[in-house]
Design a protein around this ligand. Structure first.
Ligand code: FE2
Ligand code: FE2
Length: 167
């Protein structure tokens, strides 16, 4: 099987493919965040991971609503980019012994995840609007705002305490 599960001929097809990509990615994130929360030592970082786990589950539900609005089955396609980002996060978690450095490493891995999600949801919102699906764009924008807010919060934690303690 190639990169795409079925031929992409139109922007509608590309929109649907991108939805499936992020649907898969969100499922992988739901699996990874509990491990990251468990390994985090800083209480604020731990609670940021836990909070975003709850949000991410809601984001999966939002995607299912969008699939439904499109009369499409909610299905993922393997997202090699997210698999790679999460593989790196796993390496960080198994390779770093110092707890404060581990916190800094997991935080930076989490920001890589958020940045990927921000590009994907930004694209999805733009595609939905272009395709005249303001209804879908609105739902996807809610998630985009959560991802941006999570990234902002993580930056605040990194600059506020996590990196200083790791140094
Ligand atoms: Fe997400
Ligand atoms: Fe996220």
């Amino acid at each position: 099987m190639g990169l795409f599960s079925k031929p992409i001929k139109s922007l509608d097809d590309l929109f649907l493919h991108t939805l499936k990509d992020i649907y898969y990615a969100e499922h992988q994130i739901v699996k990874s965040l509990p491990k990251m929360a468990e390994k985090a030592t800083d209480p604020a970082l731990k609670s940021a991971f836990q909070k975003h786990l709850a949000e991410t589950k809601g984001q999966v539900t939002r995607l299912e609503r969008v699939f439904q609005m499109l009369n499409e089955e909610a299905k993922g396609v393997t997202c090699a980019a997210m698999d790679g980002i999460l593989d790196e996060a796993k390496e960080v978690m198994s390779d770093i012994e110092d707890k404060t450095v581990l916190d800094a490493g997991m935080l930076s891995a989490a920001q890589a995840v958020e940045h990927y999600e921000i590009t994907r949801y930004g694209t999805l919102v733009a595609f939905a609007r272009r395709l005249g699906r303001e209804d879908c764009a609105k739902i996807l924008e809610e998630t985009l705002a959560e991802e941006k807010e999570t990234d902002r919060k993580l930056t605040e934690l990194a600059e506020g305490q996590i990196n200083r303690r790791a140094a």
